[in-house]
Ligand binder design. Sequence first.
Ligand SMILES: Nc1nc2c(ncn2[C@@H]2O[C@H](COP(=O)(O)OP(=O)(O)OP(=O)(O)O)[C@@H](O)[C@H]2O)c(=O)[nH]1
Ligand SMILES: [Mg+2]
Length: 422
Amino acid sequence: MFYDKAKVFVKGGDGGNGCVAMRREKYVPRGGPWGGDGGGGGDVILRADEGLRTLVDFRYKRHYKADRGRHGEGKNKHGVSGDDLIIRVPAGTLVRDAETGEMLADLVSDGQEVVVARGGRGGRGNAHFATQNNKAPRLAEKGEPGEERWLSLELKLLADVGLIGFPNAGKSTLISKVSAARPKIASYPFTTIQPNLGVVRLKDDRSFVVADIPGLIEGAHAGTGLGHEFLRHIERTRLLIHVLDTAGSEGRDPVDDFQITNRELTLYNPVIGKKPQVIAANKIDLDFAAQNLQRLRENYGDKYEIFPVSAVSGSGLDALIYRVAHLLEEIPPEPVAIVETQGPVVHTLQQRFTITHEEGCFVVEGKEIERHVAMTDLNLEESVERLQRIMHRMGIDSALKDAGAKEGDTVKIGKFEFEYVN
Ligand SMILES: Nc1nc2c(ncn2[C@@H]2O[C@H](COP(=O)(O)OP(=O)(O)OP(=O)(O)O)[C@@H](O)[C@H]2O)c(=O)[nH]1
Ligand SMILES: [Mg+2]
């Protein structure tokens, strides 16, 4: 099976900081705290889109960040929330956390969404922290940092277009010219023994997937040659490019070749035989090609579009692929059938924090506490005091003691470093 893969970095927007402000107005003596909350950061969301077929876009842009929340302001003014960032991916994309391999979503149907990085909460302004004892707290939270992670995206490629034709007609040469696929090319039959997939990307951003399969010969439907084994790979394509050796360089006649190949297709599977086809009249650079092109036009010109091309020199290929892209827009994609659908993603509850110890330095790690540290303005004494209360509540104090922390030892949590006091 062929997969298109991409690795992208996503980061939710940071929350805005809460504000420390005191009410100071005429006629309002000793006003209370008046600092607004920061706005929440935007989420990064992946959304399945049936109109997209490949992950090529992610080769060019790999970093995605949602908007941050604005900071809170005085007069209790709350910061505006950051906008979510919606990234469109093809329907059928599997989304995993690149580091842990955890499956986050299997985006099957059009419009299906998954939040891959949450925006941070806005920090609360000092208005939230007033108590009986402290009516004018100089204390506010910083915004919570947005979640960030690397994602691995994986898409089972379904070919939109199949290349068919006799061995040596130039199918692999053609796919190598219009896509990044690099199949083996040689002047003997059955050079291709495995199908190749290539993504064709047009200048106007449209893209489609082409399958190059081994050549078909007479009797292919009954197992002669190699091609029959691979015909199933083009069963779900929407259109076929019938590649002909217009020069008849093997001593055959392209007018006959066209008929023979089509007969084999229909005998193998009438559905494939009925797929729309365009003719790539290849090897137009060689002698006799012009004559044979004329004959092809006389025989098939009224039923099929014929594109004279040279896969080797590249001439005529643009006209062919732009026409194919246009035709594909009129043929709806086959619905993506994915059998093993994952249920909703369940996050396992993790141990809240861990403590490691090295030469008088204790390092506390854990998402929750690190988040609290990130949200604390370490320059504000009251904020730090509040952080200490949180650590106490989470049991970090006693865990440090159990781990052997003594007066004067250093404790590190994220960027926060302090001396342990008993
Ligand atoms: N002169 C000329 N030679 C071509 C052209 N296209 C392909 N060839 C040559 O034809 C030979 C066969 O090309 P391939 O691309 O391997 O043909 P294929 O259809 O993939 O063949 P199989 O994999 O065996 O089915 C190679 O020697 C190519 O260089 C063309 O436009 N002009
Ligand atoms: Mg080939």
